[in-house]
Ligand binder design. Sequence first.
Ligand code: ZN
Ligand code: ZN
Length: 190
Amino acid sequence: MKRESHIARLPITSIVARSSCPICTALREFQNNLIKHLAPEDCRYFCNAHAWMAANGTPAEAIATIFLKAITDPEWTSASPVPEQCDVCRQMHGEKERRLDEITGQLREPRTRSWLHDYGMLCSRHGREVALKLPENLQKSVRELMARNSAEITEILEEFLQQVRKGSHAGGGVLGRAAEFLVAQRGIEI
Ligand SMILES: [Zn+2]
Ligand SMILES: [Zn+2]
């Protein structure tokens, strides 16, 4: 793709060391870059989420041209957030598949697998998708990692709930971590 030259694409191994799901983080960075460099010829159909992201983040001339083409096209309809319909979702889907392949390749290395198992984080959506791409004998490690993530978040969420019941609402970042674990980072549709 011509636009990939704009994108600083970090290897997944350097993203894995952060405390968030590395697939979510990679997709968020990809999406931010995509929206920032969206060209009129790249985007004809778009879903609700990507229309609003582009309205806020795409250079004005490009997004005004895209919207004008849509508004003046009698055939135009808004897309559902699926790769077959939205041009931005389609690119996100392609990048997700590339990143899933990258991380499953890394997980075949015993050292990376062991590190991720003990310290890493995967959201439940991407954890399930990573496991499905691995052979049966390597899936156990991902399931154990997700069980550990789930137990950690359960513990901090229960502590948070106790605090809330006592009237303290500090530490709301816990809710964001729980939301990420359940449904991936905010704004990652694919
Ligand atoms: Zn994720
Ligand atoms: Zn979309």
